[in-house]
Write a protein that binds this ligand. Structure first.
Ligand SMILES: [Zn+2]
Length: 462
């Protein structure tokens, strides 16, 4: 532990200028966030002309009817226009809030609320909770009309929306309630650790974050997800038998097999698994079951079990812990830095002794360029995992010595195409747009890669 703290101390000495120099942080955050927003708009403009193509790529031509293809192109066009507008709209709001000193105002307002309840400025955690609530609440208002439009106009127009206004409002309220019920104690504990451990908070906070994630792994499926969707055991039949057999052969610790009523809100569809290492749950969307044949759904599950086989979720978790650690290790340099708060319009009295939550929030904003790069790298890793899981499904026949699985690759291909066609997903994708935004390779890339896996297999077998 002492080695860790001496290394962290060395890092802090290198960053000591943050606490002393007057750097125009606000200007820097503005400039960077506008660069990102404009770059994202540029990507949409690169992608946009592809929605005017009248024919699908050759590899997919046989799967699409003319009508389905044009439908997906129109959906893509509408979504692109919407995201161009909403991206710039959100950026204007965020930029204005930042410029007008909204964060400093919220802190003062939270202080007034705490003193109204009879607590002084010593009650930093109480004031921080009110501050977080104000930020969360006020900043979510401008995006409300966007999500109403997206659900009830855009998705509705293309036949995806199954949400009623009543479901929309209750979902929103449930989301807020969960945010408060889970977020407030977590935030309080987070801030308490800073108070208690001082500058030696890094290992303690890492511990807290990991335990919180573990608790969510248990709470999400058992408590949170049932609030929004209905999970029911998958009915006995061909599909259930196939999945249980597949799980058995791979020694996947399948505890429960569920069907989820994803179609209550939207017709977008998929399947996933979750749970603790020794007890896993598989969830399949009812829409996937309705749209694809049992042997195709089985292939989708073979892909999902590929993620499990190669420990992809664990690896992702490890990468995210490393990332959290790097962020926390850098934070102390910004913790006691009055010039940073002054740069964001905080009054001198507040800046002199920066509240932890404020320092952390500003630190996060300053960090956005780094986070943008991290997210591109994470996409690259995730694409690699998808490719690996597809390959796993294609080669399952060799691994399990089961000739009945020799067409697994074809079945997966058919299921992916069906998902794509039914979801009206875009088939023509600009490479730069995809590399920046997508955690999955495009459909054409995946089908092509699967053909290559199959060819390599057959060559090896000869
Ligand atoms: Zn996958």
């Amino acid at each position: 532990m002492d080695f860790l703290h001496s290394q962290l101390g060395a890092l802090q000495r290198n960053l000591a200028f943050v606490a002393t120099d007057a750097i125009p942080w606000k200007l820097y955050v503005q400039a960077f966030s506008w660069t990102v927003a404009l770059f994202e708009s540029y990507l949409i403009l690169r992608q946009y002309p592809l929605y005017s193509k009248t024919e699908p790529p050759a590899a997919l031509a046989s799967f699409f009817s003319k009508d389905e293809f044009l439908k997906s192109q129109n959906y893509g066009k509408d979504k692109a226009k919407f995201s161009l507008f909403s991206g710039l709209y959100k950026q204007c709001i965020d930029s204005a809030l930042l410029q007008l000193g909204f964060y400093a105002w919220s802190w003062t307002a939270a202080g007034k609320v705490t003193s109204w309840f009879g607590y002084g400025p010593d009650y930093e955690i109480t004031q921080s909770l009110i501050f977080a609530f104000l930020l969360f609440f006020i900043s979510s208002i401008p995006s409300l009309p966007l999500s109403v439009y997206s659900t009830f106009v855009l998705e509705e127009k293309h036949g995806f929306n199954k949400t009623t206004p009543a479901v929309f409002v209750t979902d929103l309220l449930k989301g807020w309630a969960i945010g408060i019920v889970l977020g407030a104690p977590f935030l309080a504990l987070f801030l308490y650790i800073f108070e208690w451990a001082g500058d030696r908070f890094v290992p303690w906070l890492m511990g807290l974050m990991i335990s919180f994630q573990m608790i969510m792994v248990i709470l999400y499926p058992t408590v949170i997800q049932p609030l929004f969707n209905k999970l029911s055991p998958l009915a006995e039949g061909d599909l259930r038998t196939r999945i249980e057999a597949l799980a058995g052969k791979l020694k996947f610790p399948l505890k429960h097999l569920y069907e989820i009523d994803g179609s209550k809100r939207s017709s977008h569809s998929n399947a996933y698994f979750f749970g603790l290492p020794w007890s896993k749950h598989i969830v399949i969307f009812d829409t996937l079951i309705q749209q694809s044949k049992p042997e195709e759904v089985e292939a989708v599950l073979a892909h999902e079990l590929g993620h499990w086989y190669f420990l992809h979720p664990t690896k992702m978790l490890a990468i995210s812990q490393l990332h959290t650690f790097a962020v926390l290790a850098t934070f102390p340099a910004f913790m006691h830095a009055p010039p940073v708060l002054r740069a964001f319009d905080f009054p001198k009295a507040v800046a002199a002794q920066p509240p932890t939550i404020v320092a952390f929030l500003l630190f996060q904003m300053i960090l956005t360029p780094v986070e943008a790069v991290v997210s591109i790298c994470l996409n690259a890793v995730s694409r690699h995992f998808e490719w690996q899981a597809d390959r796993f499904a294609c080669e399952l026949q060799d691994q399990l010595q089961d000739p009945s699985m020799q067409d697994m690759g074809d079945r997966l291909g058919r299921a992916l195409v069906t998902l794509h066609v039914k979801n009206l997903s875009t088939v023509w994708v600009d490479w730069l747009y995809s590399a920046y935004h997508h955690s999955h390779p495009t459909l054409t890339e995946r089908l092509k890669a699967m053909e290559t896996f199959q060819a390599a297999r057959e060559k090896k077998a000869l």
